[in-house]
Ligand binder design. Structure first.
Ligand SMILES: [Zn+2]
Ligand SMILES: [Zn+2]
Length: 240
């Protein structure tokens, strides 16, 4: 069985570590035109205490393909991608969960959960839940399915505090919410809203890929400015 380090090595060639900066959204690390928040974060609800993207995921490029295929495909290819992405999450949390929890004012998160899929039938067999609850060493002992998709009709990709509901009352516990991709953040913010109405304390979000389009504005130049290969010793929160 290959090690976490071996499984993540091929990803170092295309993972792109976000860093803070004057033209970077202070919430989600999207590139901006000099604003402290990107459009979605400036205009949307903010229920999450800290967002930590492991890498940028550029539309049409390798990480984007992996993040789409691990949940769409079946068979050996899907299984390989699931194990590799689990290793990425494992290695990142092993080194940097303390950075994320620190911003949320805690030493570590007490509970771990995943953002349920917006589509109810897909949620029943979502591989991200398998990754976080059964595979990844730093999360599997704390994993609990805390949210479910409500019956409420919600526009896709829109923030809605009623989109998800908590499955039990919480008593101020800190929650690490894991998702594969952050685009506008509406899904994760909706999940955080449901966790907080259930009584959660601080909510931190770790996403594997912060989605970007290379063609938009100066994203290509900004992405080419990120040092490679990917450096596991630094994260978006401690590496800036
Ligand atoms: Zn943002
Ligand atoms: Zn860090």
């Amino acid at each position: 069985m290959p090690s976490v380090r071996e499984l993540t090595e091929p990803y170092e060639n295309f993972m792109l570590g976000p860093r803070r900066g004057p033209e970077v959204c202070g919430v989600c690390f999207n590139f901006t035109r000099g604003f402290t928040r990107c459009y979605a974060c400036a205009h949307g609800e903010q229920l999450i205490d800290v967002v930590a993207p492991i890498s940028y995921s550029v539309a049409g490029e390798q990480l984007h393909h992996a993040l789409a295929a691990y949940k769409r495909l079946t068979g050996d290819v899907a299984r390989r991608l699931r194990v590799e992405l689990a290793a990425v999450l494992w290695r990142y949390l092993g080194e940097h969960e303390g950075c994320v929890a620190g911003v949320a004012g805690r030493a570590e998160f007490e509970l771990v959960t995943t953002v349920p899929s917006g589509e109810r039938d897909r949620d029943e067999r979502h591989p991200l839940r398998w990754i976080a609850s059964e595979v990844v060493g730093p999360t599997r002992g704390r994993y609990e399915r805390l949210l479910r998709r409500s019956e409420h009709a919600v526009a896709p990709r829109a923030f809605d505090p009623e989109k998800f509901v908590g499955v039990r009352r919480l008593d101020g516990e800190s929650v690490l919410l894991i998702d594969d991709t952050w685009t506008t953040g509406a899904n994760a913010q909706s999940a955080a809203a449901a966790l907080k109405s259930a009584g959660a304390g601080p909510v931190g979000v770790v996403v594997i890929g912060r989605h970007l389009n290379r063609e938009w504005h100066e994203n290509d130049r900004r992405l080419r400015g990120i040092s490679r290969p990917f450096d596991w010793r630094r994260c978006a929160l401690c590496g800036s």
